[in-house]
Design a protein around this ligand. Structure first.
Ligand SMILES: Nc1nc2c(ncn2[C@@H]2O[C@H](COP(=O)(O)OP(=O)(O)OP(=O)(O)O)[C@@H](O)[C@H]2O)c(=O)[nH]1
Length: 542
């Protein structure tokens, strides 16, 4: 059973319990039977499933709880906590620090996704502002260096490797020395894999580790290997000083229960999971948000992290414009670019509470991304004067045709983009200016928002999780016939405004610091504006 289905089934069992008129031993047994059955079908190790069952039963003492009105809540919390402990060894993974020369070595079997994950990790920390270099010490597989070179070039990450040197230890040492001399913050070394866990592989791993003395060794494991994960994780753990783990190929259809639970049982924390072949398909792993997301309860921490990574600080001009009620074509391009950087839209949506993986199924993220790229070509064909305008310049047919020709699209597609821009521009006009919400923000708040979009009080986020506003919004989304439809509606002015109002209402109710709430709102708007635009893109094509 794939993880999406596992989440839906556990959720279904918990909801069935909520509907039971009487909560007795029979009801708890039925719940546990269903949950444990689902876990086993997802390849979770039988021993761990047994432990989970025992622990929940221990915590749910119906006699003690008899008088409590909150029996269901206690049971649900126990199940949630036990699911979390199933994937959490309780150890924090090592993290590189900027300004320190951190060396990380990757190990794993051939084809597990090591080389791909090296570049993903490099891109992740590059986004966080670290100077990152990649070293290819895989001399076993012909073509490994070319692959790393290609991936690294695409992600604009400096790399080191050799076509002549056959000794992986020498390459690793030379690469690390070169990047250290150039004051890199993080040096990632990719090593060879083998088809099986064999002595030669482990000997090579040890030699490289002894030569470069990594600060952390990351074990990469294929998430699709099911029950075999247990033996593999243990073998690597015994032979190398594994600090943390990346599980790859955990895309929507992966049956990752085996790998996740086996790895957690070895005591090394899972640091990331790979969720696709794209360089941004690497999600930080943390037990509670993971379980929460799997059960369709969202991941607000992840959402903020993503918004932070959108680097709104680079959009200081846009923030100033928005406050004034101005929205140029360049502002729109910058927003869409931020969204593109974050990878597929489904990732952002999946972090919202109430948007279960099931709901995301019909969404064609690839299609949306392709469409977005097309729009980037349109922006690239515009002159600086056109980009800084409100779009009215394009009333001239010849201008429109010139840009369409330059971008290799039909004029009607340029018109669709301009239409989207106009719609959003009207909202900005209403919200900006001295009377609008954005206009009312004081300059210090604006500056904080532009400079440090991540400075969001985590408690406030918790409040947001409990807020009626967001959840209502998400419920509305759920009621629509599909996310794509919702996007289209959001593209329309009414949709965005309703949503904003709901969130504002919730913000007041939540009682969070007013300044923080508004910061958060504006941050989300940075994203939402882009999402609104996306909806229009989809709609324009249909
Ligand atoms: N769907 C999906 N594919 C992935 C993911 N990570 C890696 N892959 C694919 O898995 C295949 C193997 O990945 P590599 O990075 O070449 O594997 P490797 O472990 O470096 O292999 P060796 O260099 O031979 O040891 C490639 O086709 C990758 O695109 C992931 O998270 N999801």
């Amino acid at each position: 059973m794939v993880l999406n289905e596992l989440g839906a089934r556990i959720n279904g069992a918990l909801q069935a319990l909520s509907r039971q008129p009487v909560i007795d031993d029979k009801a708890v047994d039925a719940l546990l039977r269903e949950i444990c059955g689902a876990l086993l079908e997802s390849d979770v190790n039988v021993r761990l499933v047994h432990t989970l069952r025992q622990n929940v039963k221990k915590r749910v003492d119906l006699e003690v709880l008899a008088a409590s009105a909150n029996k269901r809540k206690v049971i649900q919390t126990a199940v949630f906590d036990e699911l979390c402990s199933l994937v959490d060894p309780g150890v924090q993974p090592w993290k590189p620090r900027k300004g320190k020369q951190n060396v990380v070595m990757f190990v794993g079997l051939q084809g597990s996704g090591k080389t791909t994950s090296c570049t993903k990790l490099a891109a992740y920390y590059k986004r966080k502002g670290l100077k990152v270099g990649l070293v290819c010490a895989d001399t076993f597989r012909a073509g490994a260096f070319d692959q790393l070179k290609q991936n690294a070039s695409r992600a604009h990450i400096p790399y080191y490797g050799s076509y002549n040197e056959a000794d992986p230890v020498q390459i690793a040492m030379d690469g690390v020395a070169q990047f250290k001399a150039s004051k890199f913050d993080l040096i990632i070394v990719d090593t060879s894999g083998r088809h099986k866990q064999e002595a030669e592989l482990f000997a090579e791993m040890e030699q490289i580790a002894a030569a470069i003395k990594p600060d952390n060794t990351i074990f990469v494991m294929d998430g699709t290997i099911g029950q075999a994960a247990d033996a593999q994780a243990r073998a690597f753990k015994e032979s190398a000083d594994i600090g943390s783990i990346i599980i790859t190929k955990m895309d929507g259809h992966a049956k990752g229960g085996g790998a996740i639970s086996a790895v957690a049982a070895t005591g090394s924390p899972i640091e990331f999971i790979g969720t696709g072949e794209h360089v941004h398909d690497l999600d930080p792993f943390s037990a509670r948000p993971f379980v929460s997301k799997m059960l369709g309860m969202g991941d607000l921490g992840g959402l903020v992290e993503t918004v932070k990574d959108m680097q709104l600080d680079k959009n200081e001009d846009m923030m100033k414009n928005l406050a004034k009620g101005v929205f140029t074509l360049k502002d729109m391009r910058d927003q869409l670019q931020s969204i593109l950087k974050m990878g597929p839209l489904s990732k952002i949506m999946g972090m919202m509470p109430g948007v279960s993986p099931e709901m995301m199924r019909g969404m064609d993220a690839e299609d949306t991304t392709r469409q977005l790229r097309k729009y980037m070509c349109v922006f690239d064909s515009m002159t600086e004067k056109e980009l800084n305008s409100d779009g009215r310049l394009f009333d001239a047919e010849s201008r429109l045709r010139r840009v369409a020709r330059g971008a290799g699209v039909r004029p009607v597609e340029v018109q669709a983009l301009l239409h989207q821009h106009r719609q959003f521009g009207q909202i900005v006009k209403r919200m900006g200016g001295p009377k609008g919400m954005l206009g009312k923000m004081n300059p210090a708040m604006m500056q904080q928002m532009a400079k440090n979009p991540g400075a969001v009080n985590p408690n406030m986020l918790k409040q947001m999780g409990g807020m009626g506003g967001i959840q209502n919004m998400v419920k509305q989304m759920g009621g629509m016939s599909g996310i794509q439809n919702m996007m289209q509606q959001m593209g329309g002015m009414g949709g965005i405004q309703d949503m904003m109002q709901q969130m504002m209402g919730g913000g007041r109710g939540g009682g969070g610091g007013g300044g923080n709430m508004q910061d958060m709102m504006a941050q989300m708007m940075g994203g939402m504006g882009g999402l609104g635009g996306l909806g229009g893109l989809g709609g324009g094509r249909r």
